[in-house]
Ligand binder design. Structure first.
Ligand SMILES: NC(=O)c1ccc[n+]([C@@H]2O[C@H](COP(=O)([O-])OP(=O)(O)OC[C@H]3O[C@@H](n4cnc5c(N)ncnc54)[C@H](OP(=O)(O)O)[C@@H]3O)[C@@H](O)[C@H]2O)c1
Length: 247
């Protein structure tokens, strides 16, 4: 991938993906997006081949502002060949994963859908003109296994689970529309595996029995899968080790 947009570069996984892409290939240019560009890793803010733009998934005007900023960063005919959506929200000051129905809260549901699902759809919409070229493109949503409807045997985490299921549906819809408009392309959902981050931190004790990866390990695992994507992979839900996950 030579020109990649990554949403959520202030996060553990998004930041590690962007850093690895910049480090490994002197031809790669990264455009990182996050709410506060000052929170992006120093290497991305200082690097000649990366730019960090402000973007907030809860601000509906934000995707258009990103598209406009791209006008001055890229030549008119210059496309992008990678878009990775690594923003996500599980908890916050007034938000915690629900344990039971009584915990359901409209604000938390709305925020989870805005960040975990809608943001991906609206950014893809804003980037569409940059995806209409003849090289192979990868559009990747960092999803979560707990967004699998088939795999849900525990319940709980209503806002997070249902917003990730919605993200997965956006991927399936786009995997039908994008090849008609931007061929050749693969649009996939990827489960990153449990990873040390602010998002997983409150659950670190209960995660102790699981294999927890560092963000750098996760970036390496995910890039192995992303690098290996072909047109035939369009519309798949894959785990960090390349195995198939049920929708
Ligand atoms: N860590 C895990 O174990 C794990 C497991 C399964 C799936 N995932 C998924 O992996 C992705 C990355 O998560 P992570 O572990 O790297 O978490 P993280 O370090 O907490 O990063 C989350 C990212 O989402 C951004 N974000 C939150 N609200 C936003 C908003 N309103 N607008 C724009 N960006 C917003 C954060 O930006 P700010 O810095 O501005 O807050 C940050 O860049 C998420 O989609 C998550 O669901 C993670």
């Amino acid at each position: 991938m030579k020109r990649v947009v990554i949403a959520g570069v202030s996060g553990a996984i998004g930041g590690a993906l962007a850093t690895r892409l910049i480090d490994r290939d002197a031809q790669t240019r990264v455009i990182g997006l996050c709410r506060d560009p000052e929170k992006a890793p120093e290497v991305l803010r200082a690097h000649g081949r990366s730019t960090v733009l402000p973007w907030d998934a809860e601000d509906s005007a934000s995707p258009a502002a990103v598209a406009e900023a791209l006008e001055s960063l890229l030549a008119r005919e210059e496309g992008i060949d990678g878009f990775i959506y690594a923003a996500g929200l599980l908890h916050g000051p007034d938000m915690f994963p629900e344990k039971r129905l009584e915990d359901l809260d409209s604000q938390s549901m709305a925020r989870a859908f805005a960040v975990n699902a809608t943001g991906f759809g609206l950014l893809t919409q804003a980037l569409l003109p940059r995806l209409r070229h003849r090289e192979f493109k990868r559009v990747v949503a960092i999803s979560a296994k707990v967004g699998s409807i088939t795999d849900n045997g525990f319940g709980g985490w209503y806002a997070y689970r249902s917003s990730k299921a919605a993200l997965n549906m956006l991927v399936r819809n786009l995997s039908i529309e994008l090849p008609r408009r931007c061929k050749p392309i693969a649009c996939v959902s990827l489960h990153p595996g449990t990873t040390e981050s602010a998002l997983s931190e409150p659950f670190s004790q209960s995660l102790a029995k699981l294999k927890v990866h560092t963000p750098e390990e996760t970036a390496s695992n995910l890039l192995d899968v992303i690098d290996g994507l072909e047109e035939d992979d369009n519309g798949r839900f894959l785990s960090w080790d390349g195995s198939e996950l049920p929708w």
